[in-house]
Design a protein around this ligand. Structure first.
Ligand SMILES: C[S@@+](CC[C@H](N)C(=O)[O-])C[C@H]1O[C@@H](n2cnc3c(N)ncnc32)[C@H](O)[C@@H]1O
Length: 205
């Protein structure tokens, strides 16, 4: 309960950047780490999590890491970063970067990216820049796993008009065409609040 109130406050501080009133549940986390769990040959793994919030998905990712595997967490909200730093300060796998993903330019690439950014709350330009960034920092054959609060998008679309409605359409078309190129699996999770889809995309080898 305390965690949910903490997350609700996070949403109220910045509704557009957070995009949901509750943290993602464990079932979403398990779906997001599916391909990391299956990674047998490529080791050590380089994993990036974007938008950690209070770290509930990060904890599920960390359980999958072994040996020299590393997890970079990029989160823009200072309070969330402090919280996540407290959880993982003595974890040798984890590095936390308190900044926007658009300001994160590592000099290496990732085998796995897990993103819980609420794309359907953002302007199209931001979504395009983030996807471009993901493509640039993905290693060949990397898996990008991300969440989409699809029901919210349908509600927004129904009640929007004019410029806003066409922005929603353009954003949807952009994300659909990205998925069309690289999608390998989609899982619908209805017991999360709100329900969401988890997408797994495989970048070209
Ligand atoms: C939908 S919440 C997901 C939080 C958490 N992963 C969970 O399990 O619920 C999205 C998170 O992305 C963060 N965020 C938003 N824009 C960001 C950006 N440009 N770069 C990094 N993190 C961002 C927000 O602060 C928020 O914590």
């Amino acid at each position: 309960m305390r965690q949910q109130i903490q997350f609700l406050k996070h949403f109220l501080r910045n509704p557009n950047k957070v995009g949901a009133i509750t943290a993602l549940n464990e079932q979403v986390g398990e779906a997001l780490v599916k391909y990391i769990r299956q990674a047998k040959t490529i080791r050590p793994l380089k994993v990036l999590e974007v938008g950690a919030g209070y770290g509930n998905i990060s904890k599920i990712i960390v359980k999958e890491l072994k040996g020299q595997d590393t997890l970079d967490i990029v989160e823009v909200d200072k309070k969330c970063c402090e919280h996540v730093e407290n959880i993982f300060h003595d974890n040798k796998h984890v590095n936390i970067h308190c900044k926007s993903i658009l300001k994160w330019s590592p000099n290496y690439q990732y085998d796995f990216i897990i993103s819980t950014l609420p794309f359907n709350s953002y302007a199209i330009e931001f979504v395009q820049s983030v996807i471009e960034r993901y493509e640039n920092i993905c290693a060949k054959g990397a898996i990008l796993s991300y969440v989409e609060y699809s029901g919210l998008m349908r509600i927004r679309n129904t009640f929007s008009q004019g410029e806003k409605k066409s922005m929603i359409k353009i954003r949807k078309e952009f994300l659909d065409s990205f998925k069309d190129k690289f999608l390998i699996e989609k899982k619908r999770i209805i017991n999360n609040i709100p329900p969401c889809n988890v997408y797994h995309l495989k970048m070209p080898s």
